[in-house]
Design a protein around this ligand. Structure first.
Ligand code: IMP
Length: 438
């Protein structure tokens, strides 16, 4: 009984956490396989709101094992805060959480490098990272020389290695104009920090790769939890305005160690409109009052950084591309309640780039910046749909909107979300959706 996946199809923040929490009880394991503390997955359980950064969104279900696998970059202090925060609210994450020994650590110098480099303008804009050290950590992972993995925390030679890395990083930071930042690094302090991390996280560290392969051989069901969104994918997104991991469906196997042959169901998650946080082109962005209205009604402020999200109409060119790229076979359409406040809705069906109609998502940031959306206008439903529990309870205009989105993406919408609570989720035939995983 193999793996199902939840993948974001836009620029992140599609409310994947809600869906993973909801589907978790139907699975044996939930797997976070890429990204790091740049992610902010919100799970609402009754009157409790949990904001998770590293911890998989299945953690509230004690019978589900939650795994953080090799493709994730872990900022140990943030992870420890997350664990104590959960414990303070009566959740016991240490019972059902395992961290891969292969996962890389975001070290103090990565945070400083992110701070230093984020000030630079890249292709006419600032990337606007979450300042969680993500890019610098993945760069050191690929570079190999200065990387630190979970397993290293448990080795005797760690203090000596950390001493060497700190000295090199101080030279690099100073050479990049960050002398003041370099002076903040002290090898003694880093060694002490690392010893504390080893003590507190050591008991959770293990071989998640073989664990998952054993689970699959034993017929267990896995739920793979994507972080960020496909348009932020390092290889296939709106480069260079992306994150540093494979945030689309192509990253599942590499980040988790689960071979592609086990992946049987990919649920693509998209909002009924678009948002983006940080820099980079965004063709359907609304910088007018309508964008502001979407932001306020949808509470579109970053979970990790609190930054206001840029808001715009639904972009079917972008989502058609990412749904194909991620191998999506069912769409979960989120935040439909937010659109209930608008007279007319606009859906981008193609771009006009330099006078040419373009149906395919372009690779270059500059072409995307020049793209003018070609809109189709639809009637809004001007109704509160937060109480709807079946598709039949939605107004006809809302059903037409869902149908049109399905057609434009080329994938059926099987889940519709009308609010943050677990109950505010409409499944078009949940059993069938999940049984196809078998
Ligand atoms: P980084 O991942 O912190 O390096 O940030 C790179 C870009 O990805 C920035 O534009 C961030 O705002 C964006 N980003 C990273 N993680 C998320 C996320 O979880 N949701 C939305 N945007 C994100």
């Amino acid at each position: 009984m193999p793996a199902a996946c939840v993948i974001g199809l836009q620029w992140g923040d599609e409310a994947k956490g809600k869906l993973v929490d909801l589907l978790a009880p139907e699975h044996d394991c939930v797997v976070r396989y890429q990204g790091g503390a740049n992610a902010g997955h919100t799970v609402v359980s009754g009157d409790q709101v949990y904001k998770l950064h590293h911890v998989p969104s299945g953690i509230l279900h004690p019978s589900v094992m939650n795994l953080i696998t090799p493709g994730v970059v872990i900022e140990p202090s943030t992870l420890l805060k997350e664990l104590t925060g959960l414990e303070a609210r009566g959740v016991n994450p240490r019972k059902n959480l395992q961290i891969s020994e292969r996962a890389h650590l975001v070290m103090p110098w990565h945070l400083l490098e992110d701070q230093l480099l984020n000030g630079l303008v890249v292709q006419g804009e600032n990337i606007g990272t979450t300042l969680r050290g993500i890019g610098p950590c993945y760069r050191d992972k690929v570079g190999r020389t200065f990387a630190v993995r979970m397993t290293d925390l448990l080795q005797d030679d760690l203090p000596a290695r950390l001493g060497t890395i700190v000295a090199a990083k101080q030279t690099m930071l100073a050479g990049m104009g960050g002398k003041e930042l370099a002076d903040q690094l002290s090898s003694d302090k880093v060694i002490e920090l690392a010893a504390g991390w080893a003590e507190q996280l050591g008991p959770l560290v293990g071989d998640t790769t073989n664990y998952l392969l054993d689970q699959l051989d034993a017929g267990k069901r896995l739920l793979m939890e994507g972080a960020q969104g496909s348009l932020l994918d390092i290889d296939h997104g709106t480069y260079p305005f992306v994150t540093s991991s494979n945030a689309s469906g192509v990253g599942i196997s590499g980040g988790s160690g689960v071979p592609a042959k086990w992946i049987k169901r990919v649920i693509g998650v998209t909002k009924a409109y678009s948002t983006r946080v940080g820099g980079g082109p965004f063709p359907t962005e609304l910088t007018c009052e309508t964008g502001q209205k979407i932001r306020e009604i949808g509470r579109e402020y970053g979970t990790t950084t609190g930054r206001p999200r840029r808001c715009g109409w639904f972009d079917a060119v972008a989502v058609r591309y990412t749904a194909r790229l991620s191998g999506v076979d069912a769409i979960s359409l989120m935040m439909m309640d937010v659109l209930g406040h608008f007279e007319k809705l606009h859906v981008c069906v193609a771009y006009d780039i330099d006078g040419q109609r373009v149906d395919r998502f372009p690779c270059s940031a500059s072409a995307l910046r020049r793209a003018k959306p070609i809109y189709e206008t639809m009637e809004g439903w001007k109704a509160d749909v937060t109480g709807a529990r079946h598709l039949g309870e939605l107004p006809s205009q809302a059903l037409r909107y869902i149908e049109r989105i399905s057609q434009l993406i080329g994938v059926p919408v099987k889940i519709v979300s009308v609010g943050p609570d677990r109950r505010q989720t409409i499944f078009a035939d949940k059993d069938k959706l999940l049984s196809l995983v078998d």
